[in-house]
Ligand binder design. Structure first.
Ligand code: AHM
Ligand code: MG
Length: 322
């Protein structure tokens, strides 16, 4: 079995990116440890504060953010970081060439009920002379990502990764603290009979999305001609991992609950990295109108509509919006 570092040394022809991913996993192993201890470590519950997006932070949101931030700041290649839990980007090493954007603990409403959560990350090349303390340096479309991945904290801890040459997964062996390569060149089946969406928001979606999901629900008697099953874990990492394992379509579409927020998920550290993984695995990642990775970001915490997974199913969803 190949260790993560050995794999990266052969597969990733960029030493700086190898160092960043390898270093980031040190923090993710710490997060795994904290999650396994759970209430024994006093990490459950609210941190009694809000992030820039007005969301109540969990204690473990804050702990994970600090662990990842401190780890990345000590890697020479990292010029700056942007996090879901930080209002503004943070400059790290003036000589670094890379920017790392991350959601330290995605799906954190699941922490207190002991259900899967994850860390999502995206790596961008910094433009020469750019100011890593300013949002402007980070506002690159998803197509510019040099690497993306997530760590899933479930029954096992897994890393799923792309450096633009396919998607690979690694499992953490808790006995020696090493990630080992498990699946190579992961491919998402083009068709599926499984969808994931928070149905409680149905009345807030665009009419096109209501029509599409209405037809999914009609099953073999509807125009799509097949019966679908539904899943909702409330953890995008778990949802995308299921899709990378057996196919499916995951949607968190535009809704009009709050006109200032077009959708719930964040473009730069949720939508883009997951889109890169899904596309590298032969799937499709769309806003329902255009490719997510083509969206030109205007802010690091910008939100985006998400429809991603099995290519044929996403193409069908897009047709309803055409
Ligand atoms: P978070 O970053 O605050 O954890 O929010 C993102 C999560 C996703 O993982 C998940 O798909 C979605 O929020 C679940 O939302 P809902 O509460 O509507 O089920
Ligand atoms: Mg999140």
């Amino acid at each position: 079995m190949q260790r993560l570092r050995t794999f990266l040394d052969h597969h990733c022809d960029n030493e700086a990116v190898t160092d960043i991913i390898d270093g980031l996993m040190v923090a993710c192993k710490d997060i795994t440890h904290q999650l396994h201890l759970g209430s024994l470590a006093g990490i459950l519950g609210s941190a009694e504060q809000e992030n820039v997006q007005g969301e109540c932070q969990k204690k473990l949101d804050v702990i994970s953010n600090d662990l990842i931030k401190d780890t990345l700041a000590n890697i020479d290649a990292v010029k700056g970081i942007a996090s879901e839990e930080e209002d503004e980007p943070v400059a790290c090493n003036a000589n670094g060439d890379y920017l790392v954007l991350f959601d330290p603990l995605d799906g954190s409403s699941n922490i207190d009920v002991n259900v899967t959560v994850g860390t999502i990350f995206s790596i961008l090349k910094a433009a020469p002379g750019s100011d890593a303390a300013s949002q402007q340096a980070y506002l690159q479309a998803g197509t510019e990502q040099v690497a993306a991945g997530y760590v899933l904290y479930g029954p096992s801890t897994l890393l799923v990764l792309t450096v633009g040459k396919g998607v690979f997964s690694f499992t953490l062996d808790p006995r020696d603290g090493e990630f080992f390569l498990q699946r190579e060149n992961i491919q998402i089946p083009a068709q599926t009979q499984e969808f994931a969406i928070n149905m409680s928001n149905q009345r807030f979606w665009l009419p096109q999305m209501q029509n599409y999901v209405g037809d999914l629900l009609q099953g073999e008697e509807g125009p799509l001609g097949k019966r679908y099953n539904m899943r909702w874990i409330a953890s995008m990492v778990a949802e995308i991992h299921r899709i990378l394992t057996r196919g499916g379509i995951f949607m968190y579409p535009y809704d009009n609950r709050d006109p200032s927020k077009p959708g719930k998920l964040r473009l730069m550290y949720e939508g883009n990295p997951m889109s890169m993984l899904v596309e590298q695995a032969g799937g499709k990642a769309s806003t329902a109108f255009e490719n997510i990775m083509s969206v030109q970001p205007e802010g690091i915490h910008q939100r985006v509509s998400v429809v991603m997974g099995s290519a044929d199913e996403v193409a069908t969803a897009e047709k309803y919006h055409a």
